[in-house]
Design a protein around this ligand. Structure first.
Ligand SMILES: Nc1ncnc2c1ncn2[C@@H]1O[C@H](COP(=O)(O)OP(=O)(O)OP(=O)(O)O)[C@@H](O)[C@H]1O
Ligand SMILES: O=C(O)[C@@H](O)C(=O)CO
Length: 416
């Protein structure tokens, strides 16, 4: 293994794995830290569910993943977080970065959530989602990690005691050598983590090349797109053009959505507007004890075509539900319900399942007892089909904000 990746959520893990696979790196994704040894691959991605945990737990889980990846022989490590830098007030990006640096005996890394293909760019340390600052985007309403400051230097500095610096676009544009020289300067000044500007895939490639000697990279999935080329140039890997092939599995298909992002709201509406079968889960009814999972499962199985079950709702409704039930309880009720439905569906012949939302995907994957995923071709940037290792079951785990408006239908058309 060359690269060991620690991802803070499940969809984020498939996102970064997809980046590596598309450039021909043999990549395996594991769910949580396995008991056994690391699988044979160029890159192994450990999918954690640590984004919204208390910081201490996130640190502990990340260090356990690091130890396991170290034992597997990884030369470089990558902490993958969200391209919208999703964090709670306590972290977890800062505390996990500090802990990983310390465990690796290193004193410097970068932070770069940029993912230009999905319109996430970083300029002068500020994160943009499309034409809006992060803090003006739909992320300000996120149910678990509302992002209200677009200045990543500030956000990260508030999460870690070590100094946070900035590498401006002007330096990135000058290329790898200039970037490395700037890293050396910042390091000499005692900066532990430098936020790096990036607005294009070329910038991400420059950054990947400049980071090749760093023990740890922290980033969204974007920087990973440049790593296979850098590793191949050093003779560490031989890219494989067939790295993304998956088998056909047959069987029925369904869609489950627990994401409340703007993109997912659009995708759910598009599915409904197309007259396709859809059924809503109301968290208040779940809290009142109504057996919605069993009802929805029976309803999906009775449909003659793929159906959608969704808890997806608009920001006002989500806020109202959270005020009534509490943020955590509302989230858990929905996650458990969708996970239960997923389990019932796969027990009843569903073999292609699209799941929207990172936390939701985490709950579903856990309920299905999935331990390892093979990564297939991307449906949209950052969202590949995956196959549950050793089982005729394909999963598309969609990050909340990703995918075109017709994503659900498009995904189902792509695999058979
Ligand atoms: N109607 C609702 N009211 C309140 N909470 C909801 C509702 N629907 C879903 N949720 C919860 O909101 C959270 C959504 O998080 P999730 O990570 O699944 O989606 P996302 O944040 O859009 O995706 P990603 O993490 O990939 O960006 C989950 O905990 C889910 O259970
Ligand atoms: O980076 C992203 O935006 C996604 O992979 C993700 O982490 C969403 O949960």
């Amino acid at each position: 293994m060359i690269l060991g990746v620690i991802a803070d959520d499940f969809t984020g893990a498939t996102d970064v794995a997809s980046m590596l696979v598309r450039a021909g790196l043999k990549t395996v994704q594991v769910i949580g830290v396995p008991d056994g040894p690391a699988p044979e691959a160029d890159a192994v991605v450990v999918a954690l569910k640590s984004r919204t945990n208390p910081a201490g737990e996130a640190v502990r889980d990340s260090l356990t993943a690091l130890d396991w990846l170290k034992t597997g022989g990884a030369r470089q490590f990558y902490f993958k977080y969200c391209s919208t830098f999703d964090s709670t007030a306590e972290g977890n990006i800062g505390p996990v970065t500090e802990a990983l640096l310390q465990a690796l005996g290193s004193d410097f890394t970068i932070a770069c959530p940029a993912f230009p293909e999905n319109s996430r760019t970083v300029f002068r340390g500020h994160l943009f989602v499309g034409d809006q600052l992060l803090s003006d985007s739909g992320m300000r309403h996120h149910p678990l990690t509302p992002m209200t400051d677009a200045n990543l230097v500030n956000v990260l500095q508030s999460q870690m005691p070590g100094a946070v610096g900035l590498v401006r676009y002007d330096t990135v544009a000058q290329g790898t050598a200039a970037l490395q020289a700037r890293f050396a300067e910042l390091r000499a000044e005692g900066v532990k983590c430098a936020v790096v500007d990036a607005i294009s895939n070329d910038d991400l490639r420059t950054i990947a090349a400049a980071c090749v000697e760093l023990p740890l990279i922290t980033a969204g999935s974007g920087v990973a797109l440049g790593l296979p080329e850098v590793y191949a140039a050093r003779g560490w890997v031989t890219p494989d053009a067939r790295a993304a092939e998956l088998p056909a599995v047959g069987g029925a298909a369904a869609v489950l959505s627990g994401s409340c992002s703007q993109a997912t709201n659009g995708q759910v509406q598009h599915w409904i507007d197309a007259g396709r079968p859809a059924r809503r889960i109301d968290p208040r009814e779940l809290a009142a004890g109504r057996p919605l999972a069993a009802e929805a499962l029976a309803w999906v199985l009775a449909q003659s075509e793929p159906a959608l079950v969704y808890a997806t709702s608009n920001p006002d409704d989500v806020r109202a539900v959270q005020a009534e039930l509490g943020v955590e309880r509302a989230g858990q009720l929905v996650e458990q319900c969708l996970a239960q439905i997923a389990h019932g569906l796969t027990e009843n012949g569903v073999r292609r399942l699209v799941v929207a939302g990172g936390e939701t995907s985490g709950a579903v994957v856990q309920a299905l007892g999935v331990s390892q995923l093979r990564i297939g071709a991307a449906i949209d940037p950052g969202v590949p089909w995956t196959q549950v290792e050793g089982r005729p079951l394909l999963l598309a785990l969609k990050s909340g904000n990703f995918g075109t408006v017709d994503f659900f239908g498009k995904a189902l058309q792509q695999v058979h």
